[in-house]
Design a protein around this ligand. Structure first.
Ligand code: BYC
Ligand code: FE
Ligand code: FE
Length: 472
């Protein structure tokens, strides 16, 4: 393992200084990245000192360093997890062969597309979140937002490193294009649907971090199995950062739920809007929206792309090496939800083309665990309500359910019934306006907006009234 060059212009553990060509490409890209960050990164806070965690090495003991930093001075760099000696490809037609240290020529286009799709989501999320700083519920939350943002910036660096190091001129062109697409832009949108949605308020932000960053976890875990070793290693390190994003989402929603329950009890009412809280039915609608939009990110239920990625050894399953089967799946089947006339039914399908659905299943199970923890908060308050995940066929834009209307319980319904019930199931303009009306910035140390509870503990052992962002 090469040592970490932390003091270089581009911190890295890939011996960048010994690869002049690559170093030059990345040094040319760096000012363009910073320009993008200034234009599209967190609005209004670029010159403030933020208490951030920076990766300084990849070993589990010592990778994080905390300190005040202005975001444009964040040490974005290139960190790959330690190589696994003699690593072999774990699945597909190349199973058992040594993992590739270079891109196999015939898989170049496919691999590049996977890397570009992954890379595109990272700056997209920063763009989606760029105005949230103006309405933060506390300095603690403001700091967490910025921590997520700089790390998504680093995830972009991770993919750009792969493109520049392994894909020649095409790769450099893709690296430029990653800075040119814009979330929600009609002419040059980001690649995947959820990354063109707006994140207008903090309830949306926490939902996004819970549901959409969790897609990141599952996609990165699948790419961490890749036979292309540099991709596997970079994704493994990205996963360590992803855990914090989901923590922000889960605890953020959990604290809103907690505050809502406190208001319900205090005022003996379900209508907490009268008391400046976010009522549970509104929270449920946001769950319905963000869960369904994130399910789309896994692609179609039946996908020959997914089968090819797997067979070629480019993208594995979640925890591939822990699965007890032949890791080729040519003769295996997998139960997949499908439309059977007017109802949703399970059908055995060839396992290879079902890999998107299988990953979605792993994801759904994980989401359900988080929702159960929110429900514990409600139950502890003695309130008899449960949040639920809507049926997987609800409100889908990708895959076999995209042409039908389905209720949150999974009943196929008519367009007329959908039109009549839609506002009970998904956030309305009025709901968004109400949530938006709560978004008044709270920037006094140790204070929190009325609609969210304080967290259980501060960052890195710091007290709750710590100055997580210096606004002075
Ligand atoms: N929107 O065969 P199919 C993260 C396209 S999140 C628009 O089903 P496939 C993060 C598809 O491209 C993780 N288009 O799809 C989170 C294909 O196009 P072609 C991101 C879509 O290829 C928070 C066609 O439809 N990482 O890191 O099996 C903050 C047929 O589709 C969508 C990745 O996604 C969509 N939702 O699977 C920051 C990993 N879905 O071939 C960051 C890399 C599908 O007809 N990507 N299409 O032109 C992949 O593994 C795959 O591309 C997908 C799609 C799983 C996304
Ligand atoms: Fe990311
Ligand atoms: Fe993330």
């Amino acid at each position: 393992m090469s040592a970490t060059d932390y003091l270089e212009r581009i911190p890295n553990n890939v011996s960048l200084k010994d690869n002049r060509r690559l170093l030059r490409a990345l040094e040319e890209w760096q000012p363009k990245f910073l320009e993008w960050w200034r234009d599209m990164g967190p609005h209004g806070y670029q010159a403030k000192d933020v208490y951030l965690r920076t990766a300084v090495s990849v070993d589990t003991q010592g990778w994080a360093q905390f300190g005040y930093l202005r975001m444009p001075e964040y040490r974005w760099g290139i960190f790959l997890a330690e190589p696994e000696p003699n690593r072999a490809i774990a699945f597909g037609d190349h199973k058992g062969q040594p993992a590739w240290q270079e891109v196999p020529g015939e898989y170049r286009g496919t691999l590049r597309r996977l890397i570009v799709t992954q890379g595109d989501t990272e700056p997209a999320s920063v763009e989606q979140q760029r105005h949230l700083g103006q309405t933060c519920p506390s300095l603690y939350d403001l700091r967490n937002l910025f921590q997520v943002n700089v790390e998504e910036g680093r995830h972009l660096w991770a993919m750009v490193y792969l493109l520049d190091a392994y894909f020649g001129r095409d790769g450099r062109e893709e690296s430029e294009a990653l800075l040119q697409r814009r979330s929600g832009d009609r002419d040059k949108p980001r690649i995947l649907g959820a990354f063109n949605e707006r994140t207008p308020d903090w309830l949306s932000f926490f939902m996004f971090s819970f549901f959409t960053d969790r897609d990141g976890k599952y996609q990165l875990a699948s790419l961490a199995e890749s036979g292309f070793d540099p991709l596997a290693r970079t994704c493994r390190f990205m996963l360590t950062e992803e855990a914090h994003h989901m923590f922000v989402g889960e605890t953020g929603v959990g604290r809103i739920v907690q505050r809502t329950c406190e208001l319900m009890r205090e005022h003996r009412t379900e209508d907490v809007r009268a008391h400046g809280g976010i009522d549970l039915p509104t929270i449920q609608k946001y769950v319905n929206f963000h869960f369904s939009v994130s399910l789309d990110l896994f692609g179609s239920e039946i996908s020959t792309n997914a089968a090819n990625f797997y067979t070629l050894g480019l993208k594995g399953r979640f925890e591939e090496t822990k699965k007890d089967d032949d890791h080729r799946l040519k003769d295996a089947t997998y139960p997949v939800a499908d439309l059977d006339g007017e109802r949703v039914a399970m059908r055995e399908q060839p396992a290879l083309v079902s890999l998107n659905e299988r990953l979605r299943d792993d994801y759904v199970t994980d989401c359900a665990r988080g929702v159960a923890r929110w429900n514990q908060v409600i139950a502890r308050a003695g309130i008899d309500v449960e949040l639920t995940l809507p049926h997987r066929a609800f409100h889908r834009a990708i895959g076999c359910f995209s042409d039908v209307r389905v209720s949150p319980e999974g009943r196929v319904i008519s367009q007329a019934e959908w039109d009549a019930r839609r506002d009970d199931w998904l956030p309305t303009k009025a709901d968004e306006a109400y949530v938006g009306s709560l978004m008044q910035p709270v920037t006094e140390r140790g204070k929190f907006a009325n609609w969210i509870a304080a967290p259980a503990r501060g960052i890195n052992g710091q007290p709750m009234d710590f100055e997580y962002v210096r606004l002075g």
